[in-house]
Each structure stands twice: as C-alpha cells, then as structure tokens.
Design a protein around this ligand. Sequence first.
Ligand SMILES: Cc1cc2nc3c(=O)[nH]c(=O)nc-3n(C[C@H](O)[C@H](O)[C@H](O)COP(=O)(O)O)c2cc1C
Length: 286
Amino acid sequence: MEKTLLGIIGSPRKFGNSELFVKEVYRGFPEGWRLRLIRLPELDIRPCRACYRCLFDEMRCPQDDDLQIALDALVNSDAYVVAAPTYFLGANSSLKRFLDRGLSFYGHLERMWGKPAVGVGMAGIEGLEGQTKLDLDRFIKLTFGDLRGTVILYAALPGEVFVDDERKNTARVLADALLKKGIETNGIHVACPLCGGDTFRFLSDGKVRCMLCSNSGSYSLKDGGLRMEILAGKHQMFNDMDSAKAHLEWLRSMKDRFFERRRDLKKITVHYTRIGTWIRSKSEGV
Ligand SMILES: Cc1cc2nc3c(=O)[nH]c(=O)nc-3n(C[C@H](O)[C@H](O)[C@H](O)COP(=O)(O)O)c2cc1C
C-alpha cells in the first residue's frame, strides 16, 4: 500500500521557501510514497482551555476547530517533515499553537510514536534564526516523532532557498534520513546524549540543562571539545514510550490531586479576586 509523507508547513506564504523545500524533500522519495501537505497558519487551531478533558474518556478535545484535521493527518502519516520560517527569532507561532493542544496527542500516543521526522527552519538573515531549530526539534519530540535531524537554511525572498543548487542536496540528505535510520544530517558537534538536542542553558550552579528534553548534567572540555554528561531526571516526557505513558498518568493524577487540595487552593486564590480591571477582546463587547 502507498505510504504517506506528511509535509507540515508553518508558513503562510504560498510557494514560499518552506513549501518548496518540503516538495524537494519529497522528490527524493521512491515510488510508493505520496505527499500530503498541511499549512498550519491557515487552520483554525484555538488556544488550549486547560480543561484536561482530552486526558479522560474518549481522549478528545471538546473544542470544535481544525485541531483534529491536523492530528488525523499526523496519525495517518508514515513520516513527516516540518518546515517553518523564522519570525522574530523563533519558528512561526502556528507550530506552537498546535503544540499547545498537545495534551490531546496522548489519545493517539501508540499510533503517533516513532514516525521518522525531520525539521527545516528558514531564516532571512544569516545568524538571526534565534530559537527556530529548538522550536522545530521540540515540535517533533512533542509529537512523538523519531527526530532524524533539523537544518536551518538562510533565504529571504520566496524561492530564494533554491538559488543555490547545493540546497537540493540538503533536501536529498533529509529524504535519506527519513527513509533510512541513523543518518547524521546536521553536523552537530555537541549534543545531549539523551535526546540529541543541541540547545543548552548554563545554570548558576555549574550545571547545564538541555533545552529540548529538560534534563541536566555537567559539562567538561575534552580533546579540545565540549562534552556533555546529561542524566535523566525523575520526570521524563518523551525520551521513550514508557516515559511518555508515565507522563500521561502523572497528568491524569492531577485531577485527583486538584479535588484533594481544592479547599486549600481556594484559600490562596480568594485573595486575588478583586484586583485590577481586565481589558477585554473587542469580540466580547464592553
Ligand atoms: C514577520 C516576519 C518576521 C521575520 N523574522 C525573522 C527573524 O527574526 N530572523 C530572520 O532571519 N528572518 C526573519 N524573517 C524572514 C523569514 O524567515 C524568511 O523570509 C523566510 O524565508 C520565510 O520563509 P517562507 O518563505 O517559507 O515563508 C521574518 C519574516 C517575517 C514575515
């Protein structure tokens, strides 16, 4: 049966660099694969209301918007490529809007787990990609994908990504990474040994924390290079399926904890009810 590569486009720009690059990645696929495309910024994906209903019963979000369309596309794909432009030093917010509804991903954990996935971030000015790579890596990890690599490419005008034919080779490398496990795609020198992330925060106690999996550890200089020793903490979110399932159980246990502690919590919040005046959306009237 035909397999599906899903291209998740985080750019509103039609025939923009993100879209063209995803199509070029697909060109590196053999027969027997089709490309389905989804443009996240044009979907109506609303903010999470923190009701936690998606963690219980049918495990579906009660909001009637386009979340399910995007989720179904992901669940029914065999591999995916996420491409997004940098907007103000981070990936386009449509990626985060989707991720903020991530509690509803747990209802599909088994079917979403471990699909090969790669990320592509566009930036118009060399060096000004900010946190875009981390945003793409995180998108893949939190959608339970098997992260095979993320690249940042510099291109400003629509189509500029292929002014240089060399970029087509990069697309081919990413296609290979999706098709065959274990290909090094982005030449990372220093990576978190637990999750492969390469964005770190250096803490005041001399420790270092991986900004992708949020585990901490120590660092040292070895053979002229920086070496990270990161240890798995007690609360893992996605490094293996068991830890994702344990995180789901922890989230579910919040409901009981809330009912147990409701009275005490109310004693705290009651002191904050009459402070300040709210500025409301114009859609709510005055
Ligand atoms: C609102 C906006 C903000 C942007 N911010 C950045 C930025 O912070 N850094 C950067 O390098 N490029 C920035 N860019 C440039 C885009 O990342 C670049 O044009 C990219 O190629 C767009 O990809 P697309 O064609 O797939 O939409 C910005 C573009 C827009 C429209």
